[in-house]
Design a protein around this ligand. Structure first.
Ligand code: SF4
Length: 289
């Protein structure tokens, strides 16, 4: 039997998919089949209509918050998430997305085009056009060499303190600049292509969720990949940071989180990173179930 909705404490959780781009050491999926007695492995993914029909039949006032979080990464079901989130916001409910933050690697442009097209047909819904791009999707920022070291050598990028992901990164997406303390670290999360997708995702998301909780997990890409074994390699970490940065100030509340088992030194570094990004840091207790 599929469990799409399940109550836990005063919240209602929405389980849309079992797909995930990570395979985290601490993931509850490694040790249990669900949470609170609910089996969260799905035989079929639900449609947004099915979930909304179920919600219509429930007493929504029983719950303090509605959380997109299940046995997988909700961004893999972004279109459904947005429809359901907008339905709940229309009912005046508080909503939250718990995510690994790899939005720009998971959500395809065609998905964003579809959602934005619907919004254009319905003037009451949220507008999401990115002001830095032409109608054809060409980034005007990229044309200005002061914004991005798109061409130029790795040395140029390094001197400017700007990361050029194509030249400064290993094949796995691990940044060499980060290893050089003089450059002040990698800013590859300013990759223009990913940034454009993040902007569009956040523009849509803000009409559907109040809080975004993002698993930070580690203070650098190497450590992140040891813990999370991301299918996108080192790019996953930078995409996550970039998404968090884009959410900060645009979504009502942005919380980065780490588990308490990563060590004090790592927790301190993560606190600094969350501050840089403009988000809160939450240290959550490790739990096998
Ligand atoms: S991001 Fe990690 S913890 Fe979350 S569902 Fe995926 S593997 Fe599990």
């Amino acid at each position: 039997m599929n469990t799409y909705l399940y109550g836990y404490q005063d919240k209602l959780y929405i389980n849309l998919t079992n797909l995930c781009s990570n395979n985290c050491d601490f993931c509850v999926r490694n040790t249990a089949d669900g949470v609170g007695g609910h089996n969260l492995w799905l035989e079929n993914e639900p449609s947004a209509e099915e979930i909304i029909a179920e919600l219509r039949g429930m007493n929504l006032d029983k719950y303090a918050e509605f959380v997109f979080c299940g046995f997988g990464e909700p961004l893999y079901a972004f279109e459904k998430l947005i429809e359901i989130g907008r339905f709940l916001k229309g009912k005046g409910k508080k909503t939250r997305l718990n995510t690994n933050g790899q939005a720009s690697l998971i959500i395809g442009r065609e998905v964003l085009d579809r959602i934005e097209k619907k919004a254009d047909k319905n003037p009451g819904s949220v507008k999401t056009r990115n002001e830095n791009h032409t109608k054809d999707g060409v980034c005007t920022l990229q044309k200005n060499p002061e914004n991005y070291a798109e061409s130029g050598s790795a040395k140029d990028s390094e001197e400017k303190g700007i990361c050029n992901p194509y030249e400064n990164h290993t094949k796995d997406g691990v940044c060499n600049l980060r290893k050089n303390p003089e450059t002040g670290g990698c800013r590859s999360y300013e990759n223009p292509e990913r940034k454009d997708i993040c902007k569009r995702v956040v523009g849509i998301l803000r009409g559907a969720v109040d809080t975004v909780g993002i698993s930070l997990n580690a203070s650098n890409a190497e450590r992140y990949n040891e813990i999370c074994r991301c299918a996108f390699g080192g790019e996953g970490f930078y995409a996550m940071l970039e998404f968090a940065k884009e959410c900060a100030g645009k979504v009502k509340r942005v919380i980065l989180s780490v588990v308490d088992t990563i060590g004090e030194d790592e927790i301190e570094k993560c606190k600094r990173l969350a501050g840089e990004v403009g988000a809160e840091l939450r240290i959550r207790k490790y739990s096998a179930v």
